[in-house]
Design a binder for this molecule. Sequence first.
Ligand code: FPP
Length: 239
Amino acid sequence: MQTGAPGLHVAIVMDGNGRWAAARGLLRSEGHRAGVDAVRRVVAAAPELGVGTLTVFALSSDNWRRPGPEIAALLALFEEYLLHESRACAEHGVQIRVIGRRDRIPPSLASAIQFAERATASARTIELRIAIDYSGRDAILRAACWMLSSLEVSQKEFARRLGEVTHGGRPSADVDLLIRTGGENRLSDFLLWECAYAEMVFTSKLWPDFGAKDLEAALHDFASRERRFGGLPAAAAGD
Ligand code: FPP
């Protein structure tokens, strides 16, 4: 059910900004700013490594529980990125789309999202999906409620609805490779439906330290794995 740009769909849980900042005696918000630099590096490297869609977890719906100043700093960073980097993104073929809820974010961020999505709409090299106020469970629940009146729903139709409720506007795309930095080995409510058959790479590297070489190493690891989607290993398939 891969429907985004051609190429692999890589999803990243960008964990470790706070620890990166604390280790340097900096504010957490400065760790998040360094995290934006890592996003730039990874987006720049991704197309040549065969990535067609990159979905990054920028703010989970559970992150609203964090202290107000940290949330404010994050929202300001997103807005700054969307307003100031859309032109460069368009020039480099980066199509920006934001997934997640839009009814709880500040109006100025909602406008910046609209601006970035319009400015980069015709870019075709890579699709950068930024998940803001995103919850995989909530997306599935809302798509399910939407479908409730239908007696029978195919996975394809459900994925289409799921794409619509997360404001991506397109069918949700299966994730090929999920990377999580920061040493935690969990999904944290990210792309639950889309990760059904994702390969996972967990690294202790903190997100602001992550770069092109790390993405390349994760993709190398991914390439060595045999994806069976519930079938048999290729070697046994003829038995
Ligand atoms: C988790 O690390 C990270 C976040 C909640 C925010 C991630 C956001 C960015 C990297 C900025 C992305 C910006 C754009 C424009 C896409 P943490 O702060 O929980 O780290 P910790 O576990 O070390 O405390």
